[in-house]
Design a protein around this ligand. Structure first.
Ligand code: PMP
Length: 455
């Protein structure tokens, strides 16, 4: 059931709070509850959660099996420090994740979110080369138009200049190549395959420029989320990236924090690209928002290097392998498997793609509709023929978000940098339980919100 509601943007009242929000003058309603695909605020307004927050709430809200698992775990064991103990939910979850992981993955390392997972993966890559006698390998290559988190290592890897600019003096040195972004960079007359190979060539060029013996890892999102609004690579791109990494002994870190754990219709997005990483980061959909959790999935050769070398991974946080977080993730993943929700992601993803095409295919200000599964994005442009983005001063993202909320819809407005300019995208990542009628309502409300927001 979808609650119907009409409110004006101005009726979202400022909440008096001592919480420091990202925007200091945030005017945010207070979330009071959630059920299924809907969230409710304290004033009784209802919103369809069509982005699962930031692609987090894959099972929706208030799932009884997950809340029951959380209660049971809290009664049994809420916390035990990992320098003394392992724990049952963490062990079971690691077994389950390794069993379903891409080829070569042998272990899981649990942290509390995506940025922590990326930090840990970068340190694993570095320690791998120290343990295997190649300490000169230190350079990280990543892509412009990417987001890997907000802690300093993850921020250094991310390619979004706007996020990095003021913190640059604090960041480790990283090197950025062009993204695989067909809408913007595929040339007229160039096939997808040819474009993919050309885009991947940028990695080899960068490795050769830096000196192959100095390069540690290449980090990339298989489907770019927060900075680009669900941009998948073209077929063949990641296959070539894998070959290049292997040729030069560079570790491939795939960041599936946002696009992973079923969001694109397969458990891992990289399955659709036919590649397996050396290290993979996952988070958001792993715990579905019921607890903060992230993980690094690492390959056998990295584990072996640690096991045969110093015997430990030199890292750690107080809350690694948190029993409550692991129990929540286990319950979320059990429900997804039991109810075959990935089949629904594929079916509803196709429906969403079709409806977006119908509503926005000829829209004067939608340049591109893209994505995979229930991870779809639309890119706004001022002019479809030149693909020029809107002036960032218009703050179109923020306007669309407000107009959507006023219509009882939550979408994730992702602002990326396009050729140095800020661009506007809307990211849709609804819960895996969504049905066709709700998708129709999402597209209708989004269409109205965009039309009300664009100048
Ligand atoms: N990597 C990717 C691909 C992400 O999308 C995000 C979050 N948007 C992160 C890392 C960071 O995750 P977190 O916000 O949980 O630290």
């Amino acid at each position: 059931m979808i609650g119907s509601l009409q409110i004006s943007p101005s009726s979202i009242e400022e909440s008096m709070t001592h919480i420091l929000h990202r925007q200091i003058h945030a005017t945010l309603p207070v979330a009071a509850g959630g059920k299924g695909i809907e969230l409710f605020d304290r004033d009784g307004r209802t919103y369809i959660d069509a982005s699962g927050g930031a692609a987090v709430s894959c099972l929706g809200h208030g799932h009884p099996q997950v809340t029951a698992a959380l209660h049971a775990q809290a009664d049994k064991l809420a916390y035990a420090h990992t320098s003394f103990f392992t724990n049952e939910p963490a062990e079971t979850l690691a077994d389950k994740l390794v069993a379903g992981a891409p080829q070569g993955i042998s272990h899981a390392y649990f942290v509390s979110g995506g940025s922590e997972a990326v930090e840990a993966a970068l340190k694993m890559a570095r320690q791998f080369f120290v343990e295997t006698g190649k300490p000169e390998r230190r350079n990280v290559i990543a892509r412009r138009q990417s987001y890997h988190g907000n802690t300093l290592g993850a921020l250094a890897a991310g390619g979004n200049e706007w996020r990095r600019a003021q913190f640059r003096p604090l960041l480790i040195e990283t090197h950025h190549i062009e993204p695989c972004y067909a809408y913007r960079y595929q040339e007229a007359g160039e096939s997808e395959e040819a474009y993919g190979l050309r885009a991947a060539q940028a990695l080899e060029d960068k490795i050769l420029e830096l000196g192959p013996d100095t390069v540690m890892a290449f980090v990339a999102e298989p489907v770019v989320g927060a900075t680009a609004g669900a941009v998948p690579a073209v077929p063949g791109y990641f296959g070539r990236i894998r070959e290049i990494c292997d040729r030069y002994g560079v570790l491939l870190i795939l960041d599936e924090v946002m696009c992973g754990m079923g969001r694109t219709g397969t458990l891992h997005a990289c399955e659709q690209d036919g590649v397996a990483p050396d290290l993979m980061t996952i988070a958001k959909g792993l715990g579905g928002g019921y607890q903060p959790i992230g993980a690094v999935l690492l390959s056998r050769r990295i584990f072996d290097a640690f096991a045969e070398g110093s015997g430990f991974f030199q890292h750690g946080h107080t809350y690694i392998c948190h029993p409550m977080a692991c129990a929540a993730a286990l319950a979320v993943q059990e429900v997804i498997a039991r109810d075959d929700l990935l089949a629904n992601v594929r079916a509803m993803g196709a429906h969403l793609s079709q409806r977006l095409g119908e509503r926005f295919g000829n829209h004067a200000h939608i340049g591109d509709i893209r994505g995979r599964g229930l991870f779809m994005g639309v890119e706004l442009v001022e002019d479809r023929s030149t693909k020029a983005p809107f002036d960032p001063k218009l703050k179109l993202n923020a306007k669309i978000k407000r107009e959507a909320m006023a219509r009882g819809l939550l979408v994730y407005p992702a602002g990326g940098t396009i050729d140095g300019m800020r661009g506007d995208h809307v990211l849709l990542a609804p819960p895996f339980i969504i049905d066709a009628a709700a998708i129709d309502a999402v597209v209708e409300r989004l269409g109205d919100a965009i039309d009300a927001a664009v100048p």
